[in-house]
Structures are given as structure tokens and as C-alpha cells.
Design a protein. Structure first.
Length: 367
């Protein structure tokens, strides 16, 4: 991507096309202490109050800067790299981290170790990059103090409170309002598909584990759905098109959300999976379409539950797992309560927390 000047008009050229950059677009981006707050980087002027007749009197490219004199008397010096980065219309920090597909053969993934000043360290930056690559990370040696998971989550961003509270205790108990609070095995699923929006990220902190079972299981929904698309395109298509109703009923709340099992971005790339067959209700459709849908959902479930895609491991006390609830499915193997206690604490945060932290650390360490 290059910036070019022709008769005081500014153009961008990406090699395949060349287009003029609107003078008003450039005028909105003027900097300097008169126009931009140094700390917040927020404008000190309202661009909607500017004249629509903004034009460039004179422009010059000086090394890495574009120097412009506008017809309203304003002069500005704009960084060319910042101008070109905006033409991708993507978050260059987050989108530049490529998702790594994985299955049951995944091994040697790095675990991170909690340490003093961890929250604002280069290690935290590396942790977040790994999280975006694989969809999960495990942090060792997290203190086992009362509700420490909330402090950890808030060090990244802000806890997403739900009807389960600011945090929740995952252990077997009487009269549970969710199967998570039993000792039963849990098949691969995503959490809270009945919410709008669905919580993005789940944190689970192992406080106590004295049982031989209760292994944590993970499946990469991104890998599975990409394989489904390649092997069974008709199944993939209908699972991205048909929206099902997810419902959760408790004593004081009824939650519903209508969404597809596989959600795509505008460019048809992967965005999110939802999967919780105990909670979904398929709409009434033509028999032929429902025949295809049920066949597709069954195949997707077979893949999610296949040994080919699942990894299993035991969370030990002081382990904390951070996982992408829009990408991964999680579950657990059954365990016997008579063997002892299995106690995890969980909470949710959203992408703005991890994304904001990652951008900050990238800036701090000049990465």
C-alpha cells in the first residue's frame, strides 16, 4: 500500500487499484495538541461542525509523513503508516494473529506461570497472543484465595456478570439449576448459547481436586467446522443458515436467543459456534429441509464427540484455564463424589477485555 500525490490530491495505491482519499477524511485525522488530546487520543473538535467543502491547498510527502495545508487554514502532519493501516478496515493487532487449527494430536502447547507483576508484563502479552492462536491457555500457580478468579479476570478487563453471579462455583451440589453442578459427565458444549450476546471468554480456576475423574475436555469448534465445510458442504451450509432457539429456565429468569449453530462473519469466515443440544429447539421447516438439518446436526455432533478432535487433561489446584467460548467446546468426564471434592470457580469476560489489554501491552512494549 502506497500513498501518492498528484496535483495536491492524495491517492492510495495497493498495486491493483488507485483511489483518491477524500480531503474530509484526512481533515478528520488532523493531530497536534490543538486538535487531539494527548492522553485519550480523542478529538478536541467535532468533525460534524466542519464545512463539507474541505479541500487541500497544498500537500507534500516528507519521508514517513504526509504534510497537508487545508483550505480552512489548518496544517497537519499525518503518519503515512497510520493512514495505510486504516485502509485494511481491520484490527491489525487482533486480526494479524492467525488461528491455529488443532485436534487430539495437539501437544507441547506452552503453559504460563503466574508471577509478581504478571498482569502488565510481557508474559501476559505472550499469553494473550497464544490465547488468540489456540483458543485457550492455562496459567499455573494462581493463588488459591477467596474468589481470586474475580481479581484475575478484572486485571484483564471486567467480569461479565450473569444470573449465576459475578462468579460461580462448579461443584456437585443438591438441587442444581444446571448439569454443571453435578458429578455427571458433560459432553462438549458451549456455555450460555441462550444469552444475547453470548459471553465470549470463560475462566475456570481449580481450587480443589481430590478425585481421579473429572478430566477437562476441549474441542476446537473452528477446526471441526472447517473440516465439516470441506467434507460435507451441504451440512455446513444449512447449519450456518437455520437459526434455532436456545432457552434457559430458572426460578427467576427465562433466557432465549435465536441463532445458528455455526455463525459466520460478513465475509463468510468463521465467527462463532453454539452447541448445547439439551437447550436448543429447531424451528418448523419443510420436511426435506428438516431431514437435511437433522442429518447435518447429527454429523456435527459426531465430530464434536469424536476422539479425533478432543483433548483431555486434569486441572490441578492453582491451575487457571482461559478459553474462547465462541470458538471452543468444553466438557468433563464423570467423577465420584465419594472420592473427595472437585471444586472449580468460573467467570466470564468479553473480547473487549482481552483485545484492549493486548493492544495496551503491544504499545507498552513497542511490539
Amino acid at each position: 500500500m502506497k500513498i501518492e500525490l498528484i496535483q495536491n490530491k492524495v491517492y492510495f495505491n495497493n498495486g491493483s487499484e488507485k483511489k483518491e482519499i477524500h480531503p474530509f477524511w484526512l481533515r478528520e485525522r488532523v493531530n497536534g495538541e490543538k486538535y487531539l488530546d494527548k492522553g485519550t487520543q480523542q478529538r478536541l473538535f467535532d468533525p460534524t461542525f466542519l464545512s463539507n467543502d474541505v479541500a487541500i491547498n497544498k500537500a507534500n510527502i516528507n519521508e514517513n509523513y504526509l504534510e497537508i495545508n487545508f483550505n480552512d487554514g489548518v496544517n497537519s502532519k499525518l503518519e503515512i503508516d497510520k493512514i495505510t493501516s486504516e485502509f485494511s478496515n481491520k484490527d491489525v493487532v487482533i486480526k494479524s494473529i492467525e488461528k491455529i487449527k488443532w485436534d487430539s494430536s495437539l501437544s507441547n502447547i506452552k503453559n504460563f506461570k503466574y508471577q509478581e507483576n504478571f498482569y502488565d508484563s510481557k508474559e501476559m502479552y505472550d499469553l494473550l497472543v497464544s490465547f488468540y492462536k489456540f483458543g485457550f491457555v492455562i496459567v499455573k500457580d494462581i493463588p488459591i484465595t477467596k474468589n481470586y478468579i474475580v481479581e484475575f479476570a478484572n486485571s484483564i478487563g471486567s467480569v461479565r456478570r450473569t444470573n449465576f453471579g459475578e462468579y460461580f462455583d462448579v461443584k456437585s451440589k443438591q438441587d442444581p439449576n444446571d448439569l454443571a453442578y453435578t458429578s455427571l459427565a458433560l459432553a462438549p458444549h458451549t456455555d450460555n448459547p441462550y444469552r444475547n450476546p453470548v459471553p465470549c471468554i470463560q475462566l475456570l480456576h481449580c481450587v480443589e481436586s481430590k478425585v481421579s475423574g473429572g478430566l477437562s475436555t476441549l474441542v476446537d469448534g473452528y477446526t471441526v467446522t472447517e473440516d465439516l465445510k470441506n467434507k460435507y458442504p451441504d451440512f455446513y451450509r444449512i447449519l450456518t443458515e437455520v437459526k434455532v432457539r436456545f432457552r434457559f429456565i430458572d426460578r427467576e429468569v427465562i433466557l432465549e436467543n435465536i441463532s445458528p449453530l455455526i455463525e459466520l462473519n460478513e465475509d463468510k469466515s468463521f465467527k462463532q459456534v453454539r452447541f448445547s443440544p439439551r437447550l436448543d429447539y429447531v424451528p418448523i421447516l419443510d420436511k426435506e429441509k428438516l431431514d437435511l438439518y437433522y442429518e447435518a446436526r447429527k454429523k456435527l455432533s459426531e465430530m464434536y464427540n469424536s476422539d479425533k478432535y478432543r483433548i483431555e487433561f486434569k486441572l490441578e489446584p492453582k491451575d487457571l484455564m482461559i478459553m474462547d467460548n465462541h470458538r471452543l467446546l468444553h466438557g468433563r468426564t464423570a467423577y465420584e463424589t465419594k472420592e473427595g471434592e472437585r471444586h472449580l470457580q468460573g467467570c466470564y469476560i468479553d473480547y473487549d477485555s482481552t483485545e484492549g489489554k493486548l493492544r495496551h501491552l503491544k504499545r507498552k512494549f513497542n511490539l
